[in-house]
Design a protein around this ligand. Structure first.
Ligand code: PRP
Ligand code: MN
Ligand code: MG
Length: 180
């Protein structure tokens, strides 16, 4: 699997250092809040697992899954709920964790959903932000690990046709992999 990668953009060490840094900031910001941390399946699984271990606070953790219809190369903007959280969010401080924000459609949908259910505050933590790909300008992450170039990335949660999520780093695929 490693042989399919052309270039490593963010090494395992660099990602772990970033998790430690973000975890420290979040520990301070959520000290007395006991946030509801929501992992956006499936891409945010590795990041969530590493990040929450660096947050020295009481928290609840839940999972949500949505699918967005990406017709061709660009997103249609339609998002559908696939798996809901089990937790009541009214009056809660919610922190969404995702691996990457591209168009912003996923997080726009999720923010609206929980706002309507009465969440007290909603913030977003993403490992990667791709500002050049944004279509929903209002969506901005509150906590960002890396601003990334507008390239197709895989690893550490990011997939190509469901694969490569388990790479411990983020990299660029060799073009020949797409041509297979
Ligand atoms: C990817 C990624 C983000 C979302 C970002 O998830 O993990 O959740 O797309 O794109 P957007 O800002 O344009 O909405 P995807 O929908 O591919 O599902 P996955 O996490 O299960 O791979
Ligand atoms: Mn995702
Ligand atoms: Mg995906």
């Amino acid at each position: 699997m490693n042989d399919d990668i052309q270039k490593v953009l963010y090494s395992e060490q660099k990602i772990q250092d970033t998790c430690a840094e973000l975890g420290k900031t979040l520990t301070t910001d959520y000290q007395d809040k006991q946030p509801l941390v929501i992992c956006v399946l499936k891409g945010a699984v590795p990041f969530t697992a590493d990040l929450i271990k660096r947050m020295n606070i009481y928290m609840d953790v839940d999972f949500i899954d949505v699918s967005s219809y990406k017709g061709g190369i660009s997103s249609t903007g339609e998002v559908e709920l696939v798996k809901d959280i089990d937790t009541d969010v009214s009056g809660r401080d919610v922190l969404f964790i995702d691996d990457i924000i591209d168009t912003g459609n996923t997080l726009e949908y999720l923010k609206d959903l929980l706002k309507n259910r009465g969440a007290k505050s909603i913030k977003i933590c993403t490992l990667m932000d791709k500002p050049e790909a944004r279509k929903v300008d209002a969506i901005k992450a509150d906590y960002v690990g890396f601003d990334v170039p507008n390239e197709f990335l895989v690893g550490y949660g990011l997939d190509y046709q469901g694969k490569y999520r388990n790479l411990p780093y983020v990299g660029i695929l060799k073009p020949e992999v797409y041509q297979r």
